[in-house]
Ligand binder design. Structure first.
Ligand code: NAP
Ligand code: GCO
Length: 265
């Protein structure tokens, strides 16, 4: 059973994994035996990530790469292949959010979110697939969201991107499953990271942010998720344990999608 969940001998690229969810998943992969690779937008950020991995006892490799830049992505895939080995496991984690009411959002802002959160995963998956096809083996895991299923005010671009990412996940599974490539998604609930920090900031009077209270009422687990909550599911989807799981989005949300929400007192 231990071997079923082992990532020994595998090269895992987690995009945008300097910190946050990506860092936790990459660290979990290293503990499961993988060689982990990550990228960020600038060398100083890559260096910051390398120091964080080193502090965790992980010998990660980092590359400067913007996931929206196809030339940079292709160069990075070639460098990883030369310096580490072909990518066995890809986690499309890099992403942004812009919380702006749709009628106030510029087309440029909308495009930027779509570019990073949807075009980026397409570009990176397209770049790693040829080697996976040749090897007749590969794992692609796209980090989706509650917004792959639900809408909410101010996140139109993000929901459109993450909804599209769910369908890109299913399409990669459909198109490349015959090459023993599994493509699945992870749909985190509300996780305490820099991305959601604005939603958890205390009010001026010290009371909880209304959104913080809202999420606690919508989550059966009655807590925000931590990045560690995502590691086990991510290892499962990267390992042989999920070789017959394809096109699935695994929601790691504490039960939000199953729950109407706690009745206000
Ligand atoms: P985060 O703390 O904001 O980290 C996002 C990472 O992506 C950062 O390292 C960022 O690098 C990187 N990135 C952004 N644009 C990039 C680009 N063009 N090329 C390369 N890297 C780029 O986010 P997070 O909370 O860890 O979320 C990670 C993923 O999970 C995202 O896809 C997010 O949508 C998704 N997610 C998050 C939650 C949550 O509650 N936190 C829930 C569901 C899904 P820089 O620091 O250099 O910008
Ligand atoms: C928001 C949050 C969410 C989370 C996550 C939920 O503003 O609603 O940022 O979008 O990031 O995607 O799964």
């Amino acid at each position: 059973m231990e071997n079923t969940f082992s990532l020994k001998g595998k090269v895992a690229w987690v995009t945008g994994a300097t910190y946050g969810i990506g860092f936790a998943i990459a660290s979990g992969y290293a503990r499961a035996g993988a060689t982990v690779v990550f990228n960020d937008l600038r060398q100083d950020l890559v260096d910051k990530g390398l120091a964080a991995y080193q502090a965790a006892g992980i010998a990660a490799k980092g590359y400067v790469c913007d996931v929206t830049n196809e030339e940079q992505v292709n160069e990075t895939v070639a460098r990883i292949s030369r310096e580490v080995g072909p990518v066995d496991i890809l986690v499309n984690n890099a992403g942004i959010i812009k919380r702006i009411p749709m009628v106030e959002m510029s087309a440029a802002d909308f495009r930027q979110v779509i570019d990073i959160d949807l075009n980026g995963p397409f570009i990176v998956a397209k770049a790693v697939l040829p080697a996976m096809i040749q090897k007749r083996q590969g794992k692609i895991i796209n980090i989706c969201s509650m917004m792959s299923e639900l809408g909410r005010e101010t996140v139109s671009a993000y929901a459109a991107a993450k909804g599209g990412l769910k369908m890109l996940t299913r399409n990669i599974a459909s198109e490349y499953g015959e090459y023993n490539i599994q493509c699945n998604g992870i749909g985190p609930g509300y996780i305490a990271t820099p991305q959601t920090a604005p939603l958890r900031e205390k009010q001026a009077d010290g009371t909880p942010h209304p959104f913080d209270s809202f999420i606690l009422a919508k989550t059966p687990a009655a807590r925000w998720g931590t990045t560690d909550d995502l590691v086990g599911p991510a290892v499962f989807l990267a390992s042989a344990a999920s070789d017959f799981v394809n096109g699935h989005v695994l929601y790691v949300d504490g039960g939000i999608l199953a729950y109407i929400g706690k009745q206000p007192k």
